[in-house]
Design a protein around this ligand. Structure first.
Ligand code: AMP
Ligand code: GLY
Length: 424
């Protein structure tokens, strides 16, 4: 079959790498893709939110399945757009419709959902401009630190962890009264701060049955030792040693099953991925957030541990027979090191020529923010490349991924050399 992947990051590169290996995949298209995805398929320069452009491409290239990488088109309703179109309605989209995408698109929706279905999550209250005064009073009684979350999508910047009451009250006012994050902060979830270690759990579902994909740990801070500003993610490891069978059983019983059953009970159709961001507090899983897509840079590590045919699993989601499919997971360890542009996550350098990828020995170089400029591959984004290695143990995987990242050069390049060291 012919497959279209929407997106252009490291996640989509890893999807493309995996899908291109499937016997079920005839032609693969990536829109818009990056300089690396041309190794696996054909790039088409269409934005992920240009639904009419996507429609034209799907009809022209006789696409049989669309895999949506990022959240934005899902939250904006790309799946609903397909279902409402006579010519597209029978072409399956992997990724939820708008209603299900609210698990990520609205923090208030996801908190209400968890509360309703008894899924463990931090205590919270939601406020609007009209209830700002109540919010300020509530903050005075809430413990510290306290977490403020803009309800809507805010490009990963909408979560603030406030250490003092004054800071929390100032920020709540800025979000609600001064629209700090625009429409996204017209509602704000005020939430109890959870302590522990974070874990990313991934589920694939056809709305009825589900498969648990390999879990991963993501490293969000720019600096070594988890210091400095938040980023989109600087690296990932899979598997995660503390997420052993007993722990994952708790996650399945307390979080995954109630989530899938909750969606069914609420009549929310859902075909796609659910990314569950967990806090492991003393061996107990708490949900920090849901995302309606896979994680980046977790997908790079996760795809490398799936030994079964990924297109077969995607077809299971599309056709509603995921329960008949088998997922084979490698016991090996995958490590991903993300190489970023100088200055990232602030203003960052662009259009720098990348050299040395041919010297990489034992890793896959997944492209993220790259483009072609004549014969040169240049940097275009903050996260530039994701270097992923699979080995028998964490230490060897990390060593190899870091060594391979060092073989690549561009002006201003930076990567963390301590990804996964906390797990050793
Ligand atoms: P989110 O956008 O919900 O993923 O939040 C971004 C990050 O903020 C998470 O990955 C956590 O590191 C942190 N965070 C969010 N909610 C909480 C919480 N209730 N307690 C502690 N940390 C949190
Ligand atoms: N790695 C975190 C995310 O994709 O949101």
């Amino acid at each position: 079959m012919n497959i279209l992947i929407l997106g252009s990051g490291g996640r989509e590169s890893a999807f493309a790498w995996k899908i291109a290996q499937s016997a079920h995949c005839e032609k693969l298209f990536i829109a818009p893709g990056n300089a690396g995805t041309t190794q696996y398929g054909t790039n088409v320069n269409i934005k992920v939110t240009d639904f009419e452009g996507i429609k034209a491409l799907v009809l022209k290239e006789d696409i049989n399945l669309v895999l949506v990488g990022p959240e934005e088109p899902l939250v904006k309703g790309v799946h609903d757009f397909f279902l409402a179109d006579e010519q597209l309605k029978n072409i399956p989209v992997v990724g939820p419709q708008q209603e299900g995408a609210q698990l990520e698109g609205s923090k208030d929706f996801s908190k209400q959902f968890m509360e309703k279905h008894n899924i463990p999550t931090a205590a919270y209250k939601t406020f609007t401009k009209d209830t700002l005064q109540d919010g300020l009073t509530y903050l005075a009684t809430a413990g510290l630190p306290v977490v403020l979350k803009a309800d809507g999508l805010a490009a990963g910047k909408g979560v603030l962890i406030c250490l003092t009451l004054e800071e929390a009250q100032t920020e709540l006012t800025a979000m609600l009264a001064d629209a700090k994050f625009g429409e996204a902060s017209s509602r704000v979830v005020v939430e109890q701060f959870l302590t522990g270690i974070e874990l990313s759990v991934f589920v694939m579902t056809d709305g009825n049955s589900y498969k648990i994909l390999p879990e991963a740990k993501d490293y969000k801070r720019i600096g070594e030792g988890d210091t400095g500003l938040n980023t989109g993610g600087m690296g990932s490891i899979s598997p995660v040693p503390f997420a052993d069978a007993a722990y994952m059983k708790k996650v399945e019983d307390r979080v995954i099953i109630p989530t899938i059953e909750g969606l069914k009970k609420d009549g929310v159709p859902y075909k796609g991925f659910i990314f569950i961001g967990l806090m492991n507090s003393n061996g107990e899983p708490w949900v920090i957030e849901y995302n309606c897509r896979m994680g980046d840079p977790e997908t790079e590590s996760v795809m490398r541990r799936i030994d079964s045919d990924f297109v077969d699993l995607l077809s299971g989601v599309a056709e509603g027979n995921l329960n008949e499919k088998e997922i084979i997971i490698s016991p090996k360890t995958a490590a991903t090191v993300v190489m970023v542009a100088g200055g990232y996550p602030g203003e960052y350098l662009k259009n720098k020529v990348i050299t040395g990828t041919e010297n990489v020995r034992d890793s896959i170089v997944f492209h993220a923010g790259t483009a072609m400029n004549g014969n040169d591959v240049i940097t275009t984004g903050g996260r530039v490349l994701a270097i992923t290695t699979v080995q028998d143990d964490i230490f060897s995987a990390l060593q190899q991924a870091t060594a391979d990242a060092s073989r690549i050069y561009y002006d201003g390049m930076y990567f963390r050399k301590d990804i996964g060291f906390d797990l050793l």
